[in-house]
Design a protein around this ligand. Structure first.
Ligand code: URA
Length: 302
């Protein structure tokens, strides 16, 4: 994605967009190749609507990303492979091809992570190269999810976009870059420490919202994934994910900013990173939600 120069004021020493000095800009090769600090070394403030602004803002709050490009041309119809031809393994449920070598720690046999990976694998096999709704006609991949099956935090998005469809991994496009920055900057977490999935596993054409029948077709697999993962906290990104998980018609602006519960698991709705790319002025709201998630994860409850 091309980036136009920003006229926003930079913090002294912030240097390049990716942190580091102005003379040595270091742009990551991929969303999974982010430098560890991202210039977000400040501790974010506790959340709450009436909190004063933090003394210094992390880079992802400061900088307006460019909106994603306009509508993409429709794809030709893809032929899904026969699921009998595929031998599904843990790789298919952790998305191991999305991680650099040694980035995702090996899963020890018999560990809680391996048990969760086995449970996810059973869901992946059942899902197969799904043709249960019309989304299969124009999307290439079933984007199941990626990350650590033993993660405390599970992040639920809406549905794959173009790059996600190409790579078979969730949140690897511009919204994924933003998500990585939010996770690293506020929660201090990388993709190998969380699990990321979507409410629908196949790309809706032209990135439109998934239709109710598409969500309904995928729902048993979403529910099964969450049962397999047993997260301590769920972060729901954007309106379709939040509404689907909470089975409500309330909009995201009403849902975000407070805790909800789904099958006994605390759930925090927040703004979708793709929305934040278009409306960077709302990033502070997402920061509040993420700070609340961090507090919940570290306090272990309440
Ligand atoms: N947006 C989503 O909701 N999910 C993805 O995987 C990518 C973009």
């Amino acid at each position: 994605m091309s980036r136009t120069p920003t006229t926003r004021k930079r913090r002294p020493g912030a240097g390049s967009k990716w942190g580091g000095s102005p003379s040595s800009p270091k742009k990551p090769q991929s969303p999974l190749d982010l430098p560890p600090d991202m210039g977000m070394d400040m501790a974010p403030p506790p959340g709450g609507d009436d909190m004063p602004p933090p003394p210094e803002m992390p880079d992802w709050l400061e900088e307006a990303e460019q909106p994603p490009p306009g509508p993409l041309p429709e794809r030709p119809r893809f032929k899904r492979p026969n699921k009998k031809d595929i031998r599904y393994t843990w790789d298919h449920v952790v998305g191991s091809w999305g991680f650099r070598q040694n980035q995702l720690p090996p899963i020890p046999g018999g560990s809680p992570a391996s048990q969760a990976a086995d449970r996810l694998l059973a869901v992946r096999k059942e899902l197969g190269e799904c043709e249960r709704c019309g989304l299969c006609e124009r999307s290439k991949s079933v984007v199941f999810g990626m990350g650590n099956p033993a993660a405390d935090l599970v992040i639920v998005g809406e549905g794959p976009g173009a790059q996600e469809d190409q790579r078979g991994l969730p949140f690897v496009g511009p919204a994924g870059e933003m998500l990585d920055k939010m996770l690293a900057g506020v929660l201090g977490l990388s993709r190998s420490q969380v699990y990321i999935l979507n409410i629908v596993k196949c790309r809706p054409p032209r990135n439109r919202d998934p239709l109710p029948e598409e969500i309904a077709a995928c729902r048993p697999f979403l529910d099964a994934q969450l049962r397999a993962l047993k997260p301590k906290v769920i972060l729901a990104l954007g309106s379709p994910a939040s509404k689907t998980l909470l089975q409500t018609d309330e909009g995201i602006m009403r849902l975000r900013g407070s805790w909800h519960e789904r099958d006994g698991v605390p759930l925090r709705p927040t703004l979708h990173p793709a929305y934040l790319l278009r409306r960077p002025q709302d990033k502070r709201k997402a920061l509040e939600d993420l700070v609340a998630v961090k507090q919940r994860l570290t306090s272990g409850g309440s």
